[in-house]
Design a binder for this molecule. Structure first.
Ligand SMILES: [Zn+2]
Ligand SMILES: [Zn+2]
Length: 172
């Protein structure tokens, strides 16, 4: 085997050129290795760059998606809160209106029950006769001249006259 191998080597190259070829081969292989390494690094760099870009784009897209989802969620919550508040205020307003209406009814009914001084329009406490009442004896006296013709109250003698003030309303 040694003999054949030696013969082959010997056939193709002499010893000196054999060393040269060997060096050249080594250099070629080294160059090739460097070239492949450079190509590999280059390809790796491109791939990494592409991946990075893709991931960045995906990240941005995810960010946009998340942001839109959050915005939509926030908008929904806002709408819901707004509806709740509107409902709450509507209820409060209704309740306030009801209270005011009821108070008004109460006051009106109380006002209707009250009698008012014929003379000065203050609340009356003395009743004279039908539809005629006064806040004070003074008002009754001042009104007497015009009222005497219409007064339905009679004094003890059967004559109408101012006489004593009518009984206080709460005694009627
Ligand atoms: Zn009066
Ligand atoms: Zn009267």
């Amino acid at each position: 085997m040694d003999e054949i191998l030696h013969d082959d080597n010997h056939d193709m190259n002499d010893d000196i050129s054999g060393i040269q070829v060997d060096d050249r081969l080594k250099k070629t292989m080294f160059d090739l290795e460097q070239h492949w390494l450079a190509e590999y690094m280059d390809a790796r760099e491109r791939l990494l760059s592409t991946l990075t870009e893709k991931m960045h784009a995906e990240f941005l897209s995810d960010q946009t998606k998340i942001r839109n989802e959050l915005l939509a969620q926030f908008k929904d919550e806002l709408e819901s809160t707004k509806k709740d508040l509107e409902k709450k205020y509507e209820d409060q307003l209704k309740s306030e209106v009801t209270k005011v209406v009821e108070r008004h009814k109460r006051e009106t009914s109380q006002a209707k029950k009250k009698q008012w001084c014929w003379q000065c329009e203050s609340e009356a406490i003395y009743h004279c006769c039908w539809n005629t009442a006064y806040c004070s004896v003074e008002c009754q006296q001042s009104h007497w001249n015009s009222h005497r013709k219409f007064c339905r109250r009679r004094n003890k003698d059967g004559n109408n006259g101012p006489g004593p003030a009518g009984a206080p309303l709460n005694q009627q």
